[in-house]
Design a protein around this ligand. Structure first.
Ligand code: PLP
Length: 294
C-alpha cells in the first residue's frame, strides 16, 4: 500500500515524520539552497528536461555539487511510493542545499555533501466556475536580490508580497521594480493588448518559468502576436487582459489589479483560448507524453 507521506532524503525513502535535517544545514542557516517544483500529470512528469536544465543553471551558478540526472529516477520512485500514478495533478518539490557544516560565511570544506530532499503531493486546479470568475492581484515593490533567475529558497520577499496580496483579498502580488511590472510572487506575468500577448524577457530580474516557455509556444501556435518585452506598471491599466503562469498556478486570469478592473473586469478571450490550449497540452490522453521529455 503506497504511503502518501514518503519523502526522499539523502538517498533514502522515508516516512515524512522520520526525515530530519541537521541544525547545521546551510539551507537552514543561510538559505544556501536551490529548488525545483515539477508538475506531474497522471504520473507523468511535465517538461522534466527543462526543469533539469534550470536546476543545473541554479546549481552551477552557485557551485552546489549535485547531478540533475538523479532527479528522473527519484521522481518515478516518489510518484509510485506515494500512489500518485493515477492522480490527475500532482507535483514533486526538490531542494538541494550546500550541505551540513559548522556555520561560516565561506563555502564548507571540500567533500561536504549536499543535502537532497524531495517530497511529492497532489495539487488542486481551481474549479472551472472559480477560474471563470478570475482572480485579483496587487502591485508591490520587488524587494528580491539581483539574481532571481536562480531558483533559490530565499523567498522571504516573495512570501511577504504574497501575504500582502492575501490580506488585500487578492491571489497574487505583481512585483514592480524601476516602474516595470516584472513577474508575480510565484508566477510569471502576462499582459494582453488586443491580439498581442506580452511577457517580460528572460533576465536576472525574473525566473525563467517552464510554464512561460510553454505558453510562449502555445500563444504562437494560437496565432497571437507574441512579445518578450518589459511592461511599465501603468500599462497594466490599459491592458485588455492580464494573467499569470506557473507550474502549479498553470494559467490564472487576473481581472482586478489594486482594486481596478483589468479591461472589462472579466476573464477575456485570449486567457480562455490559452487555458484551453494549456489543458490540452497537459492532458494525459493528448499532450502530456509529448511534453514529458521537452
Ligand atoms: C518568482 C517566480 N516566477 C515564475 C515562476 C514560474 O515558474 P514555472 O513556470 O517554472 O513554475 C515561479 C514558480 O515558482 C516563481 O516562483
Amino acid at each position: 500500500m503506497p504511503r502518501m507521506d514518503t519523502v526522499f532524503l539523502n538517498g533514502k525513502y522515508l516516512p515524512k515524520g522520520d526525515a530530519y535535517v541537521s541544525v547545521e544545514d546551510r539551507g537552514f542557516l543561510f538559505g544556501d539552497a536551490v529548488y525545483e517544483v515539477i508538475p506531474i500529470y497522471a504520473g507523468v512528469p511535465f517538461r522534466l528536461e527543462a526543469h533539469k536544465r534550470r536546476l543545473a543553471h541554479s546549481l552551477d551558478s552557485l557551485r552546489i555539487d549535485f547531478d540533475p540526472e538523479e532527479v528522473g529516477p527519484m521522481l518515478g520512485q516518489l510518484v509510485e511510493r506515494n500512489g500518485l500514478a493515477d492522480v490527475p495533478t500532482s507535483m514533486v518539490y526538490l531542494q538541494v542545499t550546500r550541505g551540513v557544516a559548522p556555520r561560516s560565511h565561506h563555502f564548507p570544506p571540500d567533500g561536504t555533501r549536499p543535502t537532497v530532499f524531495a517530497f511529492a503531493a497532489p495539487f488542486r486546479r481551481p474549479e472551472g466556475s472559480v477560474w471563470d470568475q478570475g482572480f485579483g492581484a496587487i502591485t508591490t515593490p520587488d524587494r528580491r536580490w539581483a539574481r532571481v533567475d536562480l531558483k533559490t529558497v530565499q523567498l522571504l520577499p516573495n512570501v511577504l508580497a504574497q501575504e500582502a496580496a492575501r490580506e488585500a483579498g487578492a491571489s497574487d502580488a505583481i512585483l514592480v521594480r524601476d516602474g516595470i511590472a516584472l513577474e508575480a510572487g510565484h508566477s510569471n506575468l502576462w499582459v494582453v493588448f488586443g491580439r498581442t500577448v506580452r511577457t517580460h524577457p528572460t533576465s536576472h530580474q525574473i525566473l525563467s518559468g517552464i510554464t512561460r516557455e510553454l505558453v510562449l509556444e502555445l500563444a504562437r501556435g494560437c496565432g497571437y502576436e507574441v512579445e518578450e518585452r518589459a511592461t511599465p506598471v501603468e500599462a497594466l491599466r490599459t491592458a485588455s487582459e492580464v494573467f499569470v503562469t506557473g507550474s502549479l498556478t498553470e494559467i490564472r486570469p487576473i481581472v482586478r489589479i489594486d482594486g481596478h478592473p483589468v479591461g472589462e473586469g472579466k476573464v477575456g478571450p485570449v486567457s480562455r483560448d490559452l487555458y484551453r490550449a494549456f489543458l490540452d497540452a497537459v492532458s494525459p490522453e493528448r499532450g502530456v507524453r509529448a511534453h514529458a521529455t521537452a
